[in-house]
Design a protein around this ligand. Sequence first.
Ligand SMILES: *Cc1c(COP(=O)(O)O)cnc(C)c1O
Length: 224
Amino acid sequence: MKRVDQNLSTIKENIAKACEKSGRDPEKITVIAVTKYVTTERAIEALNAGIKDLGENRDQEFMKKYEIIGKKAIWHFIGTLQTRKVKNIIDKVDYIHSLDRLSLAEEINKRASKKVSCFIQVNVSGEESKHGLSVDETIPFVKKLADFLHINVVGLMTMAPHVNDENILRNCFRSLKQLQLQIQKLQLPYAPCTELSMGMSNDYTIAVEEGATFIRIGTSLVGE
Ligand SMILES: *Cc1c(COP(=O)(O)O)cnc(C)c1O
């Protein structure tokens, strides 16, 4: 397995190129190391390489790593979140990327002791296998969150379809950006929606070109 610091420097070079192409500032992009496939030791190697943000998609695996790493990382919960699991993770994670239904918002609001930074997960491509709200459902959903004092909608998250066609990927990310701009226009105090969580190992350079502020990288950073 390649060293994380070597993988990270390749990824940073690619981010720099994508930023140059699109006139963006690389400082605005946070790399989340998705450690769901790898050991706690490998996650620590990522932190030692300069990564500050870790992403996990299952509560048990997250808890296992959290017990050892704790507050030395910024934690992102990126997976489908079952309502009954919320109480286990809520005061430990820094961001939830998978808010996709009202019942989940209710549970987060009820269990949290402070504001939680949430991304609304949007299924831009409309694939049946993917979680998330449709583009059309997203704004009505955001409006319904007004009374949830513990929910802060920091941004939108999507997973692009698993294809190599650059146009399909780019259109997916562009649609998410458009939706973000529409939500920002509403000027809802609980939904600043300044962030876009999009881009994974095979598509992050396109996501950066299209405005990602958080990219979630597993395979090409820490391995699978
Ligand atoms: C696994 C996962 C990733 C990372 O995927 P790679 O292709 O390994 O980079 C990113 N986001 C989510 C939601 C994931 O579940």
